[in-house]
Design a protein around this ligand. Sequence first.
Ligand SMILES: [Zn+2]
Length: 421
Amino acid sequence: MDGKWQIGSLLSIPLYIDSSWFFILGLVTLVNSQEITQLNLVEHLWLAWIAGLILALFLFISVLLHELGHSLVALTQGINVNSITLFLFGGVAAMEKESDNPTEAFWVASAGPLVSLGLSILLFTVSYSLRSSNNSDTIGRLLVYMTEDTARINLVLGIFNLIPGLPLDGGQVLKAIVWKIKGDRFTGVRWAAASGQLIGWLGISFGLLIILLTGSLSGLWIVFIGWFVRRNAENYKNITELQESLLSITASEIMEREFRVVNTHLNLLQFAQNYLLSELHDHMVYFAASEGRYRGLIVVEDLQNIERSQWDTVTLWDVVRPLNTIPSVGEKTPLVTVIEKLEAIHERSLSVLSPAGAVAGIIDRGDIVKAIATHHQLPIPETEIKRIKDEGTYPSYLQLPAIAKTLEDLTKAKIENKQQL
Ligand SMILES: [Zn+2]
């Protein structure tokens, strides 16, 4: 199960633990128990280990409450939370979609750090009053230490996550603010992703500097986190750029004219002999035309319904599917709509029609991937494009239908406006 286990659910949100989280559990238990021993808080080593483990579990609960903060606000906005997963660098609440507007996005992003900071204040207050109640037995001292430590953990969780770069919460907050000011979500993501990349590089450099200057390997951890932030920020940037091009590229820019126009007056036998039998291309698309007008699409499978003995009397007129009944898009239709339409009809290709009712071109999945590869300088070889064209499936690394779907949720209004033009 991709190395993660469901350990239960909260508010009907499934709760998962990634295998990498156990590394943190072990490490934090070790560090905590060593510190407890060094501080002479307990007499027995086993008690130090147990206290260390409990503290590690408090970290787990802290991260969980942080994620629940995000999730609860999302739920109040009618956004489903698919899962909460705890992993090496903390937690992730996987939302079904993004908030509809910058103000709502701001609150979803802020809720996690606000929970952490709130918990930190609460726990510092509790530890202060525990301390002043002058409890000097082992359990009392341990309790003060553990409350204070968990308060510190929550303070760090709150502050660290507010660093203003994606994928951190602070990056989401920055995105929401820029989105609000500039009135454009994409600009918000671009700013926050650029900031995330910069922060990632700063983290990597800072970590390396620590290793070089002090020889301490704790710098390695900062390098790792920096790398994680930088890579995720870059992903955000790439996906946003992809989404933007799915909105800006139109059908007429990527369509091809890989189809044949045949005379509607031909009978089926002539059509079969002159075209089908000599066709080298496996999936050629045929349109029928006569008197200078497109009459419609010829679907080769439709010919099977006609008795062979009648093929010399039945003409293409009898089997042609009129243009207004076939799946099609306009020349100005954005790529995102083309992708979704192609998925919805389960066909290999889609016709592009001009406003005058002529066939302008056809688009298949290969054309779509080729356009994206050209636009984003992705090294997708010609043979791969041909495979996509032949098999009619997208490569696993480019899940365009899923990206188109999220984009549709995000910018429904925008796309509708464009189509009206
Ligand atoms: Zn968060």
